[in-house]
Design a protein around this ligand. Structure first.
Ligand code: ADP
Length: 238
């Protein structure tokens, strides 16, 4: 079976710094994969390339069997690749509902009613429906994180890349977010999760890839990762 995402020899340099060095990695449809590593190891850079925000200096990237390097974030979103950002990117001056509508694609203009119904259903699921007409600037930090999840769902993604979604989130909200991530995955959505929160990574993911200085130093189960001396070394040197 062709993996959903296939990364081969992927290399990214920033000036003299090699942020990713010949990365090879395959992700099957329906996986829940954790991506960990000390600060600066290349996690966000990898996500930025897969979601079309950065170009690469070498290597190939294919999604559902087709090459995608060089495609724009918008095109990739259309193909079903959704992502969140470490710092939420909601449009603060727009209402919550309008944030959902702009997350959608232009052809929704012709189907505004259906899109709005869909937006309301997703907001309800994330307990944001009563805030649909409030400006996004009035949301708390946690609510803004949920809105970002809601916007990703608006695109009916097949692969979701989450970059530190739990940063600054209180434990109750974190559990709520865990439940949603699990529910997406159970519905067949592939998840790639970057987090420094090892409890979340080991609790949610069946496979964990560890980066250090732009190299994959471990690719295994949570158990294998926890017991890998190279992983321990990388974190101790952090
Ligand atoms: P992580 O997400 O694991 O903390 P990053 O992918 O953010 O790591 O960064 C990997 C390396 O690439 C770091 O040394 C970082 O400083 C560098 N880097 C990331 N983005 C840029 C950029 N836009 N310009 C220059 N250097 C960058």
């Amino acid at each position: 079976m062709t993996p959903q995402l296939e990364i081969s020899g992927l290399t990214k340099r920033f000036g003299g710094l090699t942020a990713l060095s010949h990365i090879d990695m395959a992700v099957d449809g329906g996986e829940m994969l954790g991506l960990i590593g000390p600060n600066g190891s290349g996690k966000t850079t990898l996500l930025n390339i897969v979601s079309g925000y950065y170009d690469a200096n070498g290597g190939t990237l294919s999604y559902e069997g087709a090459p995608i390097l060089g495609r724009s974030p918008h095109e990739l979103a259309r193909l079903g690749i959704g992502r969140s950002f470490q710092v939420t990117k909601v449009f603060r001056r727009l209402s919550v509902l309008d944030n959902m509508m702009v997350a959608g694609l232009s052809d929704w203009r012709a189907h505004r009613k259906e899109a709005e119904e869909r937006a309301h259903a997703i907001l309800k699921d994330l307990t944001l429906d009563r805030l649909a007409h409030a400006p996004a600037s009035s949301l708390s930090g946690g609510q803004a994180k949920l809105l970002e999840f809601a916007r990703i769902m608006m695109l009916t993604p097949k692969l979701v890349l989450l970059d530190e979604p739990f940063g600054g989130v209180h434990p109750e909200l974190k559990r709520f977010m865990h439940d949603h991530i699990r529910a997406w995955n159970e519905a067949g959505v592939t998840i790639v999760l970057i987090s420094h929160d090892m409890g979340s990574i080991f609790g949610l993911c069946r496979r964990v890839v560890t980066l250090s200085y732009g190299d994959i130093i471990c690719d295994g189960t949570p158990e294998e990762t926890r017991n890998d001396p190279a992983v321990l070394d990388a974190y101790l040197g952090d």
